[in-house]
Design a protein around this ligand. Structure first.
Ligand code: NAP
Length: 327
C-alpha cells in the first residue's frame, strides 16, 4: 500500500511516497481504510523534529483521519467491518490503511460526510476542551480568538458561538476576517493593520474580555492578555508565529486573571470519558450544521507538497485534507 513517509527529520522536500507493508490489527486494534487524513500546523513541525511529539523516522505524518473499518483485532467490540469511523493517532495517518487502538475511534453518524469527519478530532476536540473544561466559558461571555481563520481558530469561532459567547475574531487580513464572520464572529480585528489593543478596548469597554484563545503566540499574546477583564482566562493553545511569548506576571496579579494551558493529547489520555463526551457533543453539532468544519482543500496524496506549503505560508482557511483510496 502507499504511504507518505518521513524517512529522516527535515523539510517537506524530504518526504516520499513509498510502498510499505500492510498493517495488521493487533489485540484491541482496528485497521482503517483511510478516506481522508487531515493535516494540522503541527505536521509542518513534526517532520522536522520541532514538535513536542517526536516519533522516530521513518513515520507518516497526519494525526487525524476518517475512513472505514477494514479489519478487527482480538477483543474489539462495538465496531464491525465496513463501519464509517474517524479518529486521531498523533501521527501516522497519511497512508492507505492504518492500525490503531479501537479506543481512538468514533463512529461517523449518518449525515456527516467523511471529509468533514476527518478534521473534527484534533482542531475541534482541542477547542471544545479549551473552552469547556479549561476556560469554563459561560453563555454571554466575550471570547477573543487569534488566528481565527486557521484550523483551531475557526473551530474556536464556531464552538464559541455554539456555546453562546460573543466572538471577536482576530486575524491578519480582511479576507480571513470576512471568512470568520461567515462562521459566527460578531466582531473582527485585523491585527496586521489595526491597533490591536485599542480596537479590543473599543469593542469590550470597561468590562474587558472574558476569554482569550491564543494559537499564535509571539507579539500578540501580551496585548491580548492586557485586554482581559477581572477574572479573565487566557488560553495557551500554541505558537504558530514561531515565538513563545514571555508574560510579565504583575499583569496576572493586577487583573486577578488566569493563564491556562491546553494540551489536548494528554487530556485524551488522562480523561478519556470527558473526551468521549466532548466528541459526542461535536458530532451532534456537526450533524445539525451548527459546526461547518470548513475544508480549505482536499489534495490527492501526490499533491502533499502543496498541502504542506499552504499551511506553512499561512494560506489555509479551515482544514487541509489528503485524499486516499477509501474516499
Ligand atoms: N494545545 C493543543 O492541544 C493544540 C492542539 C492542536 C493545535 N495546537 C496548536 O495550535 C496552533 C495552530 O494550529 P492549526 O493547525 O490551527 O494551524 P493553522 O491552521 O495553520 O492556523 C494557524 C494560524 O496562525 C496564524 N499565524 C501567525 N503566524 C503564523 C506563521 N508564521 N505561520 C503560520 N501561521 C501563522 C495564521 O493566522 P493569521 O494569518 O490570521 O495570523 C494561521 O491561520 C499550532 O501552534 C498548533 O501546534 C495546539
Amino acid at each position: 500500500m502507499k504511504a507518505l513517509i518521513c524517512p529522516s527529520l527535515g523539510p517537506v522536500e524530504n518526504l516520499k511516497i513509498m510502498d510499505v507493508e500492510e498493517p495488521v490489527a493487533g489485540a484491541g486494534e482496528a485497521v482503517v481504510e483511510i478516506a481522508y487524513a487531515a493535516l494540522n500546523f503541527f505536521d509542518t513541525l513534526i517532520i522536522e523534529g520541532k514538535y513536542q511529539l517526536k516519533p522516530e523516522p521513518p513515520f507518516s505524518p497526519a494525526g487525524e483521519f476518517s475512513g472505514r473499518v477494514a479489519a478487527l483485532g482480538a477483543g474489539v467490540s462495538g465496531f464491525a467491518i465496513g463501519d464509517r469511523v474517524m479518529g486521531s493517532a498523533g501521527f501516522g495517518a497519511a497512508r492507505e490503511r492504518i492500525a490503531v487502538p479501537a479506543s481512538r475511534l468514533a463512529h461517523v453518524p449518518d449525515g456527516l460526510p467523511l471529509d468533514k469527519a476527518a478534521g473534527l478530532s484534533i482542531a475541534y476536540g482541542t477547542t471544545i476542551h479549551a473552552l469547556k473544561q479549561r476556560a469554563e466559558m459561560k453563555p454571554g461571555e466575550t471570547l477573543v480568538v487569534l488566528g481565527a481563520s486557521g484550523g483551531v481558530g475557526l473551530a474556536a469561532v464556531e464552538i464559541g458561538r455554539a456555546m453562546g459567547a460573543r466572538v471577536i475574531a482576530c486575524a491578519s487580513s480582511d479576507d480571513k476576517l470576512a471568512f470568520a464572520r461567515r462562521f459566527g464572529a460578531a466582531e473582527t480585528v485585523n491585527y496586521a493593520t489595526q491597533d490591536f489593543r485599542a480596537r479590543l478596548k473599543a469593542l469590550t469597554g470597561a468590562s474587558g474580555v472574558d476569554v482569550v484563545y491564543d494559537p499564535v503566540g509571539g507579539a500578540l499574546a501580551e496585548p491580548a492578555l492586557r485586554s482581559l477583564g477581572w477574572k479573565g482566562r487566557f488560553l495557551v493553545i500554541g505558537f504558530a508565529s514561531g515565538e513563545i511569548p514571555r508574560i510579565p506576571l504583575n499583569l496576572v496579579l493586577l487583573k486577578g486573571c488566569d493563564i491556562r494551558g491546553v494540551y489536548w493529547g494528554d487530556f485524551v489520555a488522562r480523561e478519556p470519558e470527558a473526551n468521549r463526551d466532548n466528541m459526542s457533543q461535536l458530532l451532534d453539532w456537526a450533524v445539525s450544521g451548527e459546526l461547518s468544519v470548513h475544508i480549505h482543500a482536499k489534495y490527492a496524496l501526490e499533491e502533499y507538497e502543496k498541502a504542506f506549503e499552504a499551511i506553512a505560508k499561512r494560506q489555509t482557511l479551515g482544514k487541509t485534507l489528503l485524499r486516499f483510496t477509501g474516499a
